[in-house]
Every structure is written in structure tokens, then in C-alpha cells.
Ligand binder design. Structure first.
Ligand code: GLU
Length: 430
């Protein structure tokens, strides 16, 4: 097996950017990527940092810093989420934008990659403040986003409501005749505001499908298999929901507030109900006991689903992992050192750019419907999603077998080769 042993020649700050660059370097070396195309893909095309004032509920003005990084648009408009989190900075946005380019390329979508967000902890703000922050951020980004230029979507701590505010603000700055032609400036909208059926569950369903495809390939029966989930947001919840339907058992959950476990399993729906009524936190759920957050990844289980933030599985906790499958619902949850350890232990990893790509594929369906004035039914969306995820999974598996490489390396190879082909055919302007 080819593992990610190569370290970059340049010294880079530890973190997601370092990880994504090392993952890229590894695949680029294996395929002998054209050095000129490599130079292009190593850098981000545009980076916007905006500082903007917002009036708080108490009348004071606070200044916020927002980011939007557009990595590459060789295959189509920039695409990727906006996250609201204290860890958002320029390097995080660059790393996440790069992962979006590989993700959309791998999925065969007509998109490039972007990511952004605001450095804040949303739990410190009221809903009305979050609305004003979002609207002012959208206004500050101005025409640097657009339905055929750069299309944001939900990510960590943003949701359909956030997208509805962005849409409304963006449309309001256009002339009346143009307004309704801009519906596809964001995806992940509420159904009533131009959203698509199924987009809410698309990422988690995609994670589940990847686990199912993997299990079919390995001839593993998912019934009674124990899984643990880090992050009980949109991704973690829906992945757990579909796994539970398949007969698997959720034995532990970790969120920003704490970690809970029950070896005999807990109900996904009951936990969701509890968390919704408990300001989003799983802590205190009656059918589980709280555990030390540092013991979470070491828990006895079959499948581990990190679906929160980056750099969660590191050299420190990787040796203790008992799961034999890691399904990456989050972006960049496993760092390069941890991956080497896990692969040596024989643990399979379904890489983020494949495993969580259901979200952006769902976004693509929403964007297409808006653009064409169509409305698709839920079963239609889910069937199309399953077909696309199945094709991606198959291609990654075949490439990994042919190249004797791990799944991440295989996924990167497919993504980079598609971009290389586009550059070779088109050449470089002028
Ligand atoms: N934020 C999601 C991701 O990381 C979705 C992006 C999108 O739909 O554009 O893939």
C-alpha cells in the first residue's frame, strides 16, 4: 500500500493547510503531475478578507472579520461552504477551499473550490445579531460571489436559515428584473426559499452510502455494528439516522459540549430530540453516561465517524483507535501522521473528499433546479445522489486497487488528473 509518508520540502505551519498540501503533494508525485499545473494548483486564486461593522442588540457596534477563499475554477464556478467558528482564519479557509476543489473534481461536478466564513462563536450571539452579521458579510462580499461565479453553502454552524439571509441580501442588491435569476447564488436554502428536497440529509446520507458500499465490498453486515459519531450536527445526525435504519448501533457521541456513551446503544432520534431541546448539546442525555472527551476515539466500536472539525484524529489518539473503519464526515478530520498510523494498523479510511461529497452533490442538484426552473421530488434527488456516490466510490476503489494506494491517495489522483486534463486541453492564457 502507498501511504502518505512524504513530507513536504517546504516547512509549513502544522494544521489543515499543511495536511491538504501534503495530501496533494503525495498524489501529485505519484502521477508525476505536470510541474506547471502543479504550480497553479498549489496556490489559491483569490482570497478575500473583509472587516465589517454590525450593531449588536445592546446598541454597541462590533467589528467582524469574514473570509472567502477561491482556490480554483478551472472546472466551473467556485463552490463551497461558509462556516461560523472561532477557528476560521485565512489558512483554514485556504485549506478548506482546496479540499472543495478536489471534492468537486472527484465527484465530476462542473465546479471549482472555495470556502469561507466568519471567525466567531455563534453561541455568543442572538438570532437577530446573527442575521445582521450574515447580511452585512454578504454585502461586504458583494459581487465576489454570484450564481455563476462563486456559490456558498452551509458548513459548520451555518444552516438553511443562514443561506436564506444571504440569498435575500444578495438579491436585494440587484435590479428588480435580475432578482429572481439569482436564486442559485447559494445552495442549502430552505425549501420555501428555493432549496431542494433532500439537501438537508445529502451529506449524512452520502456518508452512510459510502459505509454501505464499503461494507458490501468487504462483505461486512452492518447489522449490530457499533458506531461512534463526533459532531451531532447535520452531517453526524443524518449519517447516524441512516446507519441505525440499517441495524447498526450508535454507542457514543461527542459534540462541542461533551461526550456521552452507552455500550448497548442509544436511539438516534431520541438523542436528536433531546439535543434540539437542550440548545444543541447532547450532554445530559438520560440514556447514556458522560465520558472524558480524551477517551472518545479510544472507545470500543466498529465504525468511527468524525463529522465535526479538522485535525481531530492525530498521532496522539490514532494508536488507540479500535474502529476498523473511519468514515470522514468532516473535512480534514485525520491528519497525515495519524493516517500513516491508522493505515499501518490496517484501518480503512473513507476520505472526506469522497465520503462527505454528498453535500456538494446535493447542492449541485439544487443549483441545477434553480437554474432550470425545476422542482424535483425527494425520491428523485436521493436516487440521483445514490447513483453519483456509487460511481465515485467505485472509481476510487478501482484506482486504489490499480495503484496499490490507500483510498485518499486514489481519490486525490482522480481529482487531480481531471484538473490536469482540463489545463492540458485549454492551455494557459494568454
Ligand atoms: N460545506 C459542505 C462541504 O464541505 C458543502 C459545500 C457545498 O455544498 O457547496 O462539502
Amino acid at each position: 500500500m502507498t501511504t502518505l509518508t512524504k513530507t513536504s520540502k517546504k516547512t509549513r505551519k502544522q494544521g489543515m493547510l499543511d495536511n491538504v498540501m501534503r495530501q496533494f503533494d503525495n498524489a501529485a508525485d505519484i502521477i508525476g503531475l505536470n510541474p506547471n499545473i502543479r504550480k497553479i494548483l498549489e496556490v489559491t486564486n483569490n482570497e478575500f478578507v473583509v472587516h465589517f461593522p454590525v450593531r449588536m442588540d445592546n446598541g454597541e457596534v462590533e467589528i467582524f472579520t469574514g473570509y472567502r477563499v477561491q482556490h480554483n475554477n478551472a472546472l466551473g464556478p467556485y463552490k463551497g461552504g461558509l462556516r461560523y467558528h472561532p477557528t476560521v482564519d485565512i489558512d483554514a479557509a485556504k485549506a478548506l477551499a482546496m479540499w472543495m476543489t478536489w471534492k468537486t473534481s472527484l465527484a465530476g461536478l462542473p465546479y471549482g473550490g472555495a470556502k469561507g466564513g466568519i471567525q466567531l462563536d455563534p453561541s455568543n450571539y442572538s438570532l437577530a445579531e446573527l442575521e445582521r452579521i450574515t447580511r452585512r458579510f454578504t454585502y461586504a462580499l458583494g459581487d465576489n460571489i454570484g450564481p455563476e461565479l462563486d456559490i456558498p453553502a452551509p458548513d459548520v454552524n451555518t444552516n438553511p436559515q443562514t443561506m436564506a439571509w444571504i440569498l435575500d441580501t444578495y438579491m436585494s442588491t440587484k435590479s428588480p428584473s435580475e432578482r429572481s435569476t439569482n436564486m442559485h447564488v447559494v445552495t442549502g436554502k430552505p425549501i420555501g426559499a428555493g432549496g431542494s428536497e433532500g439537501r438537508d440529509r445529502a451529506t449524512g446520507y452520502g456518508v452512510f452510502l459510502n459505509i454501505k458500499f464499503w461494507a458490501e465490498h468487504k462483505k461486512v453486515d452492518l447489522k449490530d455494528k457499533k458506531f461512534i459519531v463526533q459532531g451531532f450536527g447535520n452531517v453526524g445526525y443524518w449519517a447516524a439516522h441512516f446507519l441505525e435504519k440499517e441495524g447498526a448501533v450508535m454507542t457514543a457521541v461527542q459534540d462541542a459540549y461533551g461526550s456521552i456513551a452507552n455500550e448497548d446503544g442509544m436511539s438516534v432520534e431520541e438523542l436528536m430530540e433531546y439535543a434540539t431541546a437542550n440548545k444543541g448539546s447532547v450532554l445530559g442525555f438520560a440514556d447514556a453516561v458522560p465520558i472524558d472527551k480524551n477517551d472518545f476515539f479510544a472507545l470500543n466500536c466498529d465504525i468511527c465517524i468524525p463529522s465535526a472539525l479538522g485535525n481531530q484524529i492525530t498521532a496522539k489518539n490514532a494508536p488507540k483507535i479500535k474502529a476498523y473503519l473511519i468514515a470522514e464526515g468532516a473535512n480534514g478530520p485525520t491528519d497525515v501522521e495519524a493516517e500513516e498510523i491508522l493505515l499501518k494498523k490496517g484501518i480503512d479510511i473513507l476520505p472526506d473528499i469522497l465520503c462527505n461529497s454528498g453535500g456538494v452533490i446535493g447542492s449541485y442538484f439544487e443549483w441545477l433546479q434553480n437554474r432550470n426552473g425545476e422542482i424535483w421530488q425527494l425520491d428523485e434527488v436521493m436516487a440521483k445522489l445514490e447513483k453519483k456516490m456509487g460511481e465515485s466510490f467505485k472509481r476510487v476503489l478501482e484506482t486504489s486497487q490499480r495503484r496499490k494506494a490507500d483510498m485518499r491517495t486514489a481519490a486525490f489522483i482522480i481529482a487531480i488528473e481531471r484538473l490536469e486534463e482540463a489545463y492540458v486541453q485549454r492551455g494557459i492564457f494568454p
